[in-house]
Ligand binder design. Sequence first.
Ligand SMILES: Nc1ncnc2c1ncn2[C@@H]1O[C@H](COP(=O)(O)OP(=O)(O)OP(=O)(O)O)[C@@H](O)[C@H]1O
Ligand SMILES: [Mg+2]
Length: 1010
Amino acid sequence: MFCDVVGSTELSGRIDPEDLREILDAYQEAVGTAVAAFGGHVAKYLGDGVVAYFGYPTAYGDDPERAMRAGLAIVDEIGREPTLHKADIAVRVGIHTGLTLLATGGASDRRELLAFGETLNVAARIQSFAEPGTVVVSHATYGLVPGLFVVTELGAHSLKGVAEPLPLYRVQAASGVRSRFHAAQTRGLTPFVGRENEMALLRSCWERVCEGEGQVVLIGGEPGIGKSRLVNRFKEELAGEPHLWLESGGLPFRESTPFHAVAVLLGQVLGTAGTSADVQLEQLERSLVAAGLVPADVVPLIAPLLELPLPPRYPVVEIPPETQRRRTLAMLTAWLLGTARHHPTVAVLEDLHWVDPSTLALQEILVEQVATERVLLVYTARPEFRPPWPLRSHHAQVMLNRLGHRHTRQMISAIAGTLPDDVMATVAKRTDGVPLFVEELTRLVVDGGPVRDVPTTLQDSLMARLDRLGPAKDVIQVGAVIGREFTYALLRTMCGLPERELGAAIARMTDEELVYVRGIPPDATYQFKHALVQDAAYESLLRSRRHELHRKIAAVLSERFPDVAEAQPELLAHHYAAAGDFAAGVEAWQRAGERAIGRSAVPEAIEHFGRALDLIDRLPDTAERMQREFTLTILRAHGLQSIDGYASPDVLRAYERAQVLGRALGVMPMPLLIGLWEAFMGRGDIRTGAHYARQLFATAEASGDRAWRCWARTVQGITSFHAGDLTGACESLVAIAEFYDPSDHLRSRSDPMIMALCYRLLMAALHGSADEARALAREVRAHAERLGRTFDRAWSLFYNGLLHSLLGESEAAVEDGRRLRELASAEGFALFVAFGHIVEGRAHATAGALDEGTEQLERGIELLDQTGQRISLALYRSFLAATYLEGDRLDGAADALEIARGATDEPIYQPDVLRLQGRLLSRRGAPAEAVEAAFREGLGLARRLDAFACEMRVATDYARWLHACDRTREALAVLKPIAAVSTAADDTGDLRSAMALLAEIQGQAVAPAF
Ligand SMILES: Nc1ncnc2c1ncn2[C@@H]1O[C@H](COP(=O)(O)OP(=O)(O)OP(=O)(O)O)[C@@H](O)[C@H]1O
Ligand SMILES: [Mg+2]
């Protein structure tokens, strides 16, 4: 706030210097008093100018309001003070709000507190703009006190040295609205949510009151938690019932006006606001008589409270002040209770923490005496308030808790309409269920503000909560730098305070409801209740001080808490980075990522590697840095493959970057080769995949490293499989056993033996060796359990599910598909979510739930397409085609088969594709040659691939079609060789249907002979 005397130069010419000094003294005195009365701080007297701060050194949470009230008081006082009035001087006041850095500065012999930042300049400019005798504020200030003042809009004005024109307002008067909540009501309240229990309590108390049993309810809770709103809601509920509703409350700058809050209540009882003193007095007398009192005894005591002049017919009371006070209390009690006898009454007194001692003394009497009256006393108070009266059976206390997740989201949606999921989640998380925070942050976001900021509308009240801590503020600031959660041990080391002082500081923090406590010192842990409080505490520190604290925390952690540093390298990384030690930060993030991989926490690992990569640009450009970036890029790409799938665009981009770095460094390490192999195979580019597989093999052999030789064989085997060489594939995959030691692979994303077993079981199934496939499936399950990694489990579930599907065991396939889906969703493995849907969907369809199955299968395929994965696409599309055929959706089946045929160069799934093609053609009435050609080609291919199970399926469908065409002899010719082989084959659904068909054909063929 800037305040200045108008035309002081002219004044000094007009007035004798000695008189002038007297006038200026009186002026400074008046300004100083008004500023102090509203909790401001006079920073400087510059002759006739005064600079005052509100919110510093102590924030009260309503500092803009205080500044404006002080401004009005100054103008008022200058007009009234006799010396100033006589000199006919006028002042103007300018107020602006913003972030200001206050720090000591100036020449060494004249160090003083200086303000930095433009806020002060703007305030000065506004002041010189103001008309004499007025208070003018900027939009930044006015916007923080909506509804609390009557103002005149002055429009936007360009001020010297300020870039943008500023909207300005002339403040006329306080509007008389009691609080933020009541002001907010005028702009519309967010629809009410939750608080069912509290409402029920209020209702049941009210029922008792109506039966003549007075009740007292004290609603407690931190600022903005919804105390006033709860009362307001209750008022709305009572609207239809006859009752008298009185309400008033304490005000922050009226703590020392005796009976202020009661006077407001009395005014409401009289209902004569705005009428003349005579009318009010008459009404007072009537009301007293109605309450059974004698006006002559009471009026002299009460009239002054209501600021009514005492008419001469009443004697002036001349009794000692203490006696007078006691009698006033007694009379007020009698009057209020007497009035309540005519109607059941609710008397609300809000914000007890601010009421004056006299009002509180009256409450001490009332809470006892209402017990037998039809009065419900409702109080609200912040947590620091402790009722001075003993708890009675007709008293109840409710502490309001934060809103639950559902209600918070309801509030956000009510204000913002629809928000993107992640924004909604962040708002919910950062506001922690405090309705005020929810409203303010949501509005900030709706207005396009960043969700990470502390809304300016909350800054002041958050600072006020911190300032109330006194010396404990320093401690909580250190806590805020440590994090949302901090331990006693670390805090103690950081603060270096004696145990007692630290204990006292912590007690203040918990009393103010700023932190939660778990455990008992020295093993205690503290957590900030609200993210926004932590942010405010953090941001109230200078950047230099934050850096210093972060650096110290990192040092303390690594020196004195090695177990924490070891277990949570991400914590260390965060502090290093925030302290500006980027090299240490990068290293710690990398360690954090590697640890996360070891715990199967892949998304975290990706995040950690990403953080390291974000920081790496801040390091000097050296070969070492490039090496580090190279390693991190590969690690991150590997992680991404688990989550997004092997072939997602992000993955490819990451590997491209790695290749560039690798070329510059002249290296092609095996992790990169394997990553590239996975990415290309995943996309279905088997040729390029095979190229990397060969390179990996050569490099691994040359290195002689056991783990890599094992991987090289796994990779080789899988490549051979997809290229259609089942025998070669099997050999390689069996051969890995010689090089396999599970402990070599604990830190990698997945285990080579798991992958080898999965492929082997699939091959056994295709080959027709169902029992062997089942045995391998058991083995992979057991091994995945042993290893305990979720990614391995996902592989195992997928292949178990596929196997059940191929063997026609729908129930088990549904179960595996479902479990896979759940596991993969929980872990965020996009590819396996798709696989889960596919397996489960196909199984549902074969089990007869065709619609459900089709829908799920389609969903799975859609998800799969999103991951960019194309390898084995023919298998999944043939599932889809088969399902469409079963549902008579021939066009869909045709499309699916078309894609399946052109998908990749993998031959292994084509026999089934051709078989389905044959069936589709016959259903569509295509010429017999075309149908037959498809079946024949499928049969030939299956034989060449030595995939007996496929051959059997093709043969069965082919024979069924021949039989239907009355070509029974040919049908038998197709089926019989199968049957001959299958006497030795394992029991499967395919085999059973082949044999059933054979029996059917033979039965008919033979029948005529009987
Ligand atoms: N249950 C609720 N449903 C919807 N909005 C709510 C709810 N509770 C509170 N709010 C909103 O949150 C804001 C803060 O609530 P309120 O003013 O009642 O808090 P308070 O506890 O009285 O705070 P203070 O201690 O500062 O007076 C208000 O705008 C109010 O409308
Ligand atoms: Mg309130």
